[in-house]
Design a binder for this molecule. Structure first.
Ligand SMILES: Nc1nc2c([nH]c(=O)n2[C@H]2C[C@H](O)[C@@H](COP(=O)(O)OP(=O)(O)OP(=O)(O)O)O2)c(=O)[nH]1
Length: 142
């Protein structure tokens, strides 16, 4: 049986009840992921709950405090299989303290307006997640 490591990430938006802008982050490492865009986040460490890990990652990577909104539930037992070795859970989030900066792991951030969410080359596994987010926003589900 394959057991995948849990990654947690945030779809950071300007407004949790009517998102117009989505924050995307460009990876600077490792080399095979550099230049591709993703949701900020990272692996859950032993002893952490998923949401504790997400708050820690957002603080380390972007220097912000965020409030979490709804989870974007995926098709793989409620999560999103992203690689052979990782499965991801993702929450909507809104920054409540600080201005996001690309502190580690990323070399650029972009606030993408609705309609332009596919204007950056997302990591392959993220494409279906951005599609789902787009669907939910366009039908007013988030
Ligand atoms: N954070 C994040 N990782 C993603 C996304 N999509 C995707 O395929 N991944 C992959 C890339 C990596 O192989 C893995 C997550 O690892 P990571 O490098 O972000 O985790 P981490 O910050 O804890 O890294 P490290 O301490 O082990 O260096 O998941 C995404 O949207 N966000």
């Amino acid at each position: 049986m394959t057991s995948r490591r849990l990654v947690v990430a945030a779809a950071i938006v300007d407004d949790l009840t009517g998102p117009r802008r989505l924050l995307s982050a460009r990876r600077s490492r490792p080399l095979h992921l550099a230049g591709r865009w993703e949701f900020p986040g990272g692996k859950v460490d032993p002893g952490e709950t998923p949401t504790q890990a997400l708050h820690r990652e957002l603080h380390e990577e972007l220097g912000v405090v965020a409030e979490l909104g709804d989870e974007i539930v995926g098709p793989d037992d409620g999560a999103w299989i992203i690689t052979d070795r990782h499965v991801m859970r993702l929450w909507l989030a809104r920054v409540v303290e600080g201005e996001p900066q690309p502190l580690v792991e990323h070399d650029e951030l972009a606030w993408l307006p609705v309609g332009d969410w596919f204007s950056v080359p997302w990591l392959d596994a993220d494409v279906r997640i951005v599609e789902e987010l787009t669907r939910q926003v366009s039908r007013g589900a988030v």
